[in-house]
Every structure is written in structure tokens, then in C-alpha cells.
Design a protein. Structure first.
Length: 148
């Protein structure tokens, strides 16, 4: 009977090893996906210590999840057109503040207030847009036509 017990103990150990490995794999998966989610929702890539402004023409407004994007053509000091990318909050977030997929259209002239990318590339996180008529489209305030 001792041989039978050895097999039972051996099977139990294998089951425990498999369960432990499975649990460890699950914990690793959760840590990796959670850290990715936290990094995704962080502002670490932006210099939030100062706001900058730049003027240009809307090339494209992407009303997409998880974040909206505004692509703006800006003429640099050399007369070259450079496309800047500005990340915004989600359509849901902006929609609750009166924005829609038609708030910005290609060809719109705007001045962008933004947090620049720390790496110096052309873009950042937009805070607001101002039209030539003075209308401010804010990411954080109530309605995009609200004068605050």
C-alpha cells in the first residue's frame, strides 16, 4: 500500500505545482496589464509645468476612443509646414462638455494651448483651442462655447 500512497502524494504534488504555476502566471499577467493601463492614463510624457501656445490649421480631428486627437498644420520659422499631434480626452469626456465630432473641422484656423511633449517632438496634450473670433474651446470647462 505504500506504493499507492507514493503515487497519490506524487499526483498531489503535481497538482499543487500546476496550481502554483497557474496562479503565478495570472499574477504576472495582471501586473503587466495593470501597469500598462496606469501608464496609458498618465501624463508622464507631457511637461505639465508650463503651458505653451501655437497657431495653425486643423488637418484632422479624430473622435476616437480612448483619446481624441487633433492634427494641426503649423508653419515653422523656415516656412515649412509641420503637422503637430495633440492628444485630448475621450469622446465621452468631451461630449459631456458640449463637444462633438464636428467641433473642429479641417481648415479651421486655431491657436492651441497645450502641455508639450517632454521629448520635444511636435505635439502634446491640448488644453484648449481658440478660434480667430476669440471663441475658446476648452477641454476642461463646461461647454466649448462657454466664455470662462
Amino acid at each position: 500500500m505504500s506504493g499507492g500512497r507514493s503515487m497519490e502524494v506524487s499526483k498531489s504534488m503535481n497538482t499543487i505545482k500546476k496550481a502554483t504555476l497557474g496562479a503565478a502566471a495570472l499574477v504576472c499577467f495582471l501586473l503587466v496589464t495593470a501597469s500598462g493601463a496606469l501608464a496609458h492614463h498618465g501624463f508622464a510624457v507631457f511637461d505639465t509645468t508650463s503651458q505653451k501656445t501655437i497657431s495653425g490649421t486643423v488637418k484632422e480631428f479624430q473622435w476616437t476612443n480612448p483619446h481624441t486627437w487633433v492634427w494641426v498644420d503649423v508653419t515653422n520659422d523656415k516656412g515649412e509646414v509641420v503637422t503637430w499631434g495633440f492628444e485630448g480626452m475621450s469622446p465621452n469626456f468631451l461630449g459631456r462638455r458640449g463637444w462633438s465630432r464636428n467641433t473642429l473641422k479641417p481648415g479651421d484656423k486655431i491657436t492651441v494651448t497645450y502641455f508639450a511633449l517632454k521629448d520635444g517632438k511636435a505635439g502634446g496634450a491640448f488644453l484648449s483651442f481658440k478660434r480667430p473670433n476669440g471663441e475658446e474651446l476648452s477641454m476642461w470647462k463646461g461647454s466649448p462655447t462657454e466664455d470662462n
